[in-house]
Design a protein around this ligand. Structure first.
Ligand code: F6R
Length: 238
């Protein structure tokens, strides 16, 4: 059963996300899975401004662009430094190594890292098409960490952040859907009207590989944290 929590706006979502993170920590969670993107920022702001002590915990991020150095401003390493780790660090934080050109080696290394440090609490954002991590529609539910070829629409959308279209990464490393599903507890956040269709499909329609986030219906401990705009297409009562 998915627990659905509807809040007024992303600011209220940040407070609710913080409460869930704090409760997990209190219940001895030691490995936190983290996402990038705009959605979790309000939750990260609350966590990093708090006096929670997670200095002995580790974090493992969902994904990273292949070919970008950790110092590249568009890398997910840089995003996490700015929005989380520079403000309040974990004892160790892992993000896939976008500079490792050996796809086999990097994906196996990351999958092993997660097997050895099972994720207690995973934070996810929801893509407009229902993606989680870089797992686009059609990705098998049992997929493990893999290299993803970005779609042309994602490349085009990212082009504005780069000097030259040629500099936009063509690939990313991402935890697979099966990898994500091994997390003991999952929090997926979504805010804004442009997520309302994906939220509806994730929660109220049959679970299908065409909507990656709908796999979460099959997980035993998931909280869906959404604002009123993202909840606007739901028809059941929560
Ligand atoms: C980020 C990630 C993506 C985003 C999703 C939503 O690490 O893996 O799946 O969570 O694209 O992005 P935002 O939050 O920017 O709307």
């Amino acid at each position: 059963m998915m627990k659905v929590k509807i809040v007024a706006d992303p600011t209220a979502g940040g407070k609710a996300g913080y409460e869930l993170f704090a409760a997990a920590l209190e219940n001895n969670a030691r490995v936190f899975g983290l996402a990038t993107g705009s959605t979790p920022i309000s939750t990260y702001d609350e966590i990093t401004a708090s006096n929670l002590d997670f200095s002995k915990c580790i974090s493992i991020n969902l994904d990273e662009y292949v070919s970008l150095a950790p110092t590249h401003p568009q890398s997910y390493h840089a995003f996490m430094q700015e929005h989380f780790f520079d403000k309040k660090p974990f004892s160790k934080s892992y993000v896939p190594d976008g500079l490792n050109p050996d796809e086999q080696e990097e994906t196996a290394r990351y999958e092993k890292l997660i097997a050895e440090n099972p994720i207690d609490f995973q934070i996810l954002g929801l893509g407009r098409n229902g993606h989680i991590g870089f797992n686009e529609p059609g990705t098998p539910f049992d997929s493990i960490t893999h290299r993803v070829e970005l779609t042309q629409s994602t490349i085009d959308a990212n082009a504005r952040f780069f000097d030259n279209e040629k500099d936009v990464p063509r690939y990313a490393y991402s935890m697979g859907i099966g990898t994500i599903m091994k997390s003991k507890e999952i929090l997926i956040e979504a805010y804004g009207e442009n997520k309302a269709d994906a939220v509806k499909k994730m929660i109220e329609e049959p679970s299908t590989e065409q909507v990656p986030a709908s796999v979460l219906q099959q997980h035993s401990n998931v909280t869906v944290l959404i604002d009123q705009a993202a909840a606007s297409k739901l028809t059941k009562k929560y």
